[in-house]
Design a protein around this ligand. Structure first.
Ligand code: ZN
Length: 384
């Protein structure tokens, strides 16, 4: 029987190079009009009971070659539960995945996918709840809406947004967890957050890249998280419409949710190195980070990105641009594609469910620092 591999569906990505019996050689396809690639997602059919060797040949040239050592591919038999393939290895630029599919249709991906169809299910379900507002902030280049949900009616303007980089699907699993908690009528933390804050939640900043099976860019190969200083209708309407909406109402607190290919841990990146950084911003960022570390064993502060020197921040990124523009507390949350090495799970690795728990812990941390955020916001406005 012939093995069939396909990726012509929502968020699919793979190219078959050759097939020799039970060995299939594959390549990941570059983002359209870009050199970035790392996201893969395909269906493998007609191989039940066969001892397969799948080889992704072009990993050395991918966006993050350090993402492959100690990485294990994700496998699903039902498109709901995604487990790790234990026999995944990386050497000489080639990722080798060995498996014996128990059934004739199995699915493989870089991380548990979050399809645009699931995105629409999420938006539709949450928008129907009492007290939730929906707005489309604008259109992507492929004509998809930039969906925004408004929750709560407090004074503090909190923005949560994810998937500027579409292949980082854990970011939208995080969003699903955040929205479920924020909309829970009985959750005491959510009740206080809804009273004190107005949340604007954008679960997917890059629907085009998501549907196209991209790693990092939109329909014209633009990395949206390098556009925040000068977004344009031609190249980055997704950022332009969100930044305009932020300019209208302001930002007190912002989280930009991502995944990191290489580092096996959850961590935050801040806004060190922006021109007008204040002691208040630095202190509140650290307070949030320390609080989250106490609340969640899946979060840590030892590993992360190198901190830029004073004045050396990259102002094209959302976190730095918002911190400078609004004097707010903004941050980039990074979750692993691999696992949290401090609390590993051999079956699932880092997973949708764990991303959702981390979202819940982030909201708990925000709740814990509300008094400081509020008090100092008042004194800041009095000073102005
Ligand atoms: Zn990212």
């Amino acid at each position: 029987m012939t093995i069939t591999i396909s990726s012509a569906f929502d968020a699919g990505n793979i190219r078959v190079v050759s097939q020799d019996g039970d060995r299939v050689d594959l390549e990941i396809v570059k983002d359209h009009m870009s050199d970035f690639y790392q996201w893969f997602h395909f269906r493998l059919a007609g191989a039940a009971g066969r001892d397969l060797t799948l080889r992704i040949l072009n990993c050395a040239g991918s966006a993050y070659p350090h993402g492959w050592p100690d990485y294990r591919a994700c496998l699903s038999l039902d498109r709901e539960e995604w487990v790790r393939v234990a026999d995944t290895s990386y050497a000489d630029g080639i990722l080798t995945v060995k498996l014996t599919p128990p059934t004739d249709c199995v699915w493989l991906a870089y991380f548990a996918p979050f399809s645009m169809e699931r995105h629409h299910d999420l938006i539709t379900a949450i928008a129907a709840l009492d007290g939730v507002g929906y707005s489309s902030l604008g259109k992507s280049l492929d004509g998809q809406d930039i969906d925004c949900l408004t929750i709560g009616d407090g004074d503090l303007n909190a923005w949560l947004y994810a998937r500027q980089h579409p292949g980082e699907t854990m970011a939208e699993w995080w969003m699903e967890g955040a929205l479920e908690k924020l909309c829970d009528p009985e959750d005491p933390v959510a009740r206080v957050l809804r009273r004190e804050c107005t949340f604007r939640v954008i679960p997917n900043m890059n629907p085009d890249g998501s549907r196209r099976g991209h790693l990092r860019t939109n329909a014209v190969g633009v990395n949206l998280n390098r556009e925040w200083h000068a977004p344009s209708a031609e190249k980055s309407p997704e950022v332009l419409c969100v930044r305009n909406a932020m300019d209208k109402v302001g930002v007190d607190f912002a989280m930009d949710v991502h995944g990191d290919e290489a580092i096996p841990a959850n961590f935050l990146a801040g806004f060190e190195g922006i021109p007008s950084i204040t002691e208040r911003q630095t202190r509140l960022f650290k307070l949030f980070s320390d609080t989250l570390e106490r609340l969640s064993p899946d979060f840590q502060t030892a590993q992360g990105y190198e901190i830029p020197a004073p004045g050396q921040a990259n102002m094209s990124m959302s976190t730095t641009q918002l911190a400078e523009r609004f004097g707010c507390v903004s941050m980039t949350l990074e979750m692993p594609f691999k696992d949290n090495i401090n609390l590993p799970d051999p079956v699932y690795g880092w997973s949708p469910q764990r991303s959702k728990y981390l979202a819940s812990a982030c909201l708990d941390a925000l709740h814990a620092i509300l008094p400081e955020l509020k008090a100092e916001r008042k004194s800041a406005s009095r000073a102005a």
